[in-house]
Design a protein around this ligand. Sequence first.
Ligand code: NI
Length: 177
Amino acid sequence: MTVRTVLRMGDPRLLQDARPVERFDTPELHALIADMDDTMKALDGAGLAAPQIGIGVQVAIFGVEYNPRYPDAEPVPYTVLINPVLTPIGDEMEEGWEGCLSVPGMRGLVPRYKRLRYRGRDQYGKPIDRTVGGFHARVAQHECDHLAGILYPMRIRDLRNFGFNEELFPGQDLQDE
Ligand code: NI
């Protein structure tokens, strides 16, 4: 398939609401997900949402494998999440550093719900219903934000906690979402 160009912050398409997917298990949907997979892998990302490649539909993928280079990074199962609905569990928030393939080379400290339930469907139309916490919950919130036209810098509470990777985390190899 194809590695697609990822839109960068400033492109108005990243600020639009994505529309729901109506038909599942179609060649078009499988081709979109194959391109998203190729693009995410080529850029070593932890997640990608369809609007980031200019397709305004509610499709996100994410996943983090255990990597001995980052033993502290929590693995997240590979997930295709379509038409997601997030429901926070409790109102506890947690700040954590995020990066985004649409905001390359930067990191910001972003508050997210610690725990949440997400529901949606996979590419075959099979329902997904999970209750998650920690980094898994953070990645799900980051990707679902993309489907509502929200980029993580819009959620940073104190812009002093926003900057370039090389200045904030010198010498570290970081993953974007
Ligand atoms: Ni992102």
